[in-house]
Design a protein around this ligand. Sequence first.
Ligand SMILES: C[S@@+](CC[C@H](N)C(=O)[O-])C[C@H]1O[C@@H](n2cnc3c(N)ncnc32)[C@H](O)[C@@H]1O
Length: 278
Amino acid sequence: MRYFEVRFILSEIEGLNEILQSDLCDIGFESFQDTEDGFLAYCQEDLYDEMKIKDVVINFIDNNPNITISTEAIIIEEQNWNEEWEKAYPAVLIDDYCYVHAPFHEPMENVPFNIEISPKMSFGTAHHPTTYQILQFLKNEDVKGKDVMDMGSGTGVLAILAKLKEANYVEAIDNDSWAYENALENVERNNVDVVVKLGDANTLDRNYDVFIANINRNILLQDMEKYSSHIKPSGVLFLSGFYTPDVDILVNEVKKYGFVLEKQLTKENWAALRLVKN
Ligand SMILES: C[S@@+](CC[C@H](N)C(=O)[O-])C[C@H]1O[C@@H](n2cnc3c(N)ncnc32)[C@H](O)[C@@H]1O
């Protein structure tokens, strides 16, 4: 799949990048990279819609009349993207317990879990706060013997860690075919038994003790009822992929299905939640 890269140049960036990025998440943008005068935003080719971007910008300027914004979009070929980002891909150590690295890095000694990830076009290398925080949560989660779902699995890194921590049955689902292929590859690389499926909430066909969903606010809200119906009583739900101002809206939604917020992590204004089903 090809991506669009849109360069946003703002006349003032202090505190404004994140607000604009949150609005762009709602229209399909998945990742962002801050620059000196704004940021770069990435969106899958089939989700790219110039009119929607214009609407977001106009709305933003209505609320921030002193700001000027210019945008410039280019299409990124798959191969270029892969090569560039793999070159720039440093390994990540999470709390001295899990080391996520590329095939061209040596594994780290004296760390309980090493995970080798070939990132390709998929999200999930542990650099992003949304992934990082779920990996942190999993440090203290006893998943041994439990059934675990990784919804929106990207590279499959979260599912792989759950299986390395001796979960019973682990399944990874993603609706993007690149991510699906990549998770299959990473599962094999790490020699773990994880069932990988191409699909979404409608693909769920069993119930889980631990359900992880790192996607984005709108998909989580849209699919929460389905997720909930596949989580066992007393099951644990980990949510990630949204900014801290969206925490209340998500917590209010999951309350409808009997979940109680037990812990929140925050990193660079991204929130991650651990909730328990009554
Ligand atoms: C933020 S990434 C998370 C990847 C990985 N789990 C991690 O923690 O790094 C979100 C992933 O969800 C997938 N996705 C988007 N919408 C989805 C949906 N409706 N159902 C399942 N997966 C979806 C995307 O393709 C992407 O790989």
